[in-house]
Design a binder for this molecule. Structure first.
Ligand code: FPP
Length: 240
């Protein structure tokens, strides 16, 4: 039986503005095929391109990708180094395409601990795509939700001398990417049902969709299906 065409069922008036994705399952995808975990990450990186086309086509404004968490440093050194190399290569090799396609690259997280060459290529990608307006591709790299909140409070206290009290409205202005809208839809692949410290503040009222599909197998049709599921939910934001 042909897979259901969820794209044609989507309501164009209710496309989520901000979709955040926990791209999980690269390691398992590779291990099941007798491949190295790095091969899984490489295939995972390839998925991003076709997905951005699909997201742009639907009119999504921001896609946030959890590509490296503050906890991922605890992985074996070779995997950590391999991931930075892969990310560096991704930006280096795609920068022209990203520029041409109207994709604005952003970074959310702390860049300081990253290898100098990775920092440089990310900074260049951000600089060279800053005028693009079709869609924002927000890479969450060396990102941790708790660290973001701690950094926001410290950044606020540093400026104000801590003489005022913090408020929910003020807090948002001190986050890493204060201009991005809250997440509407959070997708996690690979059948894990966790948030894993991702965009803790921004997902306060996000709809959560978990899928068993491993990230390297995730295709535009899976995105359409998750958005369809999102559109079946009633969002009340705590009201009635
Ligand atoms: C989780 O899979 C994935 C990561 C920790 C890294 C995500 C990175 C990529 C998708 C590749 C780089 C991306 C770009 C856009 C260049 P896992 O390793 O935890 O998988 P497992 O749970 O099956 O072991």
């Amino acid at each position: 039986m042909a897979p259901k065409d969820y794209k044609s069922l989507l309501d164009p008036a209710r496309i989520p503005a901000h979709v955040a994705i926990i791209m999980d399952g690269n390691g398992r995808w590779a291990t099941r095929r007798g491949l190295s975990r790095m091969e899984g990450h490489r295939r995972g990186a390839e998925v991003v391109e076709s997905l951005m086309d699909a997201a742009m086509d639907l009119g999504i404004r921001v896609v946030s990708l959890y590509a490296f968490s503050t906890e991922n440093w605890s992985r074996p050194r070779a995997e950590v180094q391999g991931l930075w190399k892969l990310l560096g290569y991704f930006f280096e090799s795609r920068i022209e395409t990203l520029k041409k396609r109207g994709i604005q690259v952003r970074h959310t997280g702390s860049l300081a601990q990253l290898p100098a060459s990775t920092q440089e290529v990310i900074a260049r990608s951000i600089r060279e795509t800053r005028r693009n307006r079709k869609i924002i591709l927000n890479f969450c790299l060396n990102y941790g939700g708790r660290q973001e909140l701690v950094d926001a409070v410290n950044s606020w206290a540093g400026r104000r001398g801590a003489k005022e009290t913090m408020t929910v409205a003020k807090m948002g202005r001190f986050l890493y990417s204060p201009d991005l809208p809250d997440v509407d839809l959070l997708i996690r692949t690979s059948g894990e049902y966790r948030i894993s410290n991702f965009l803790l503040w921004q997902i306060a009222y996000a709809e959560l969709v978990f899928t068993k599909v491993l990230w390297p197998d995730f295709r535009p049709r899976h995105l359409y299906r998750t958005i369809y599921e999102y559109q079946t939910r009633e969002r009340r934001f705590g009201g009635l």
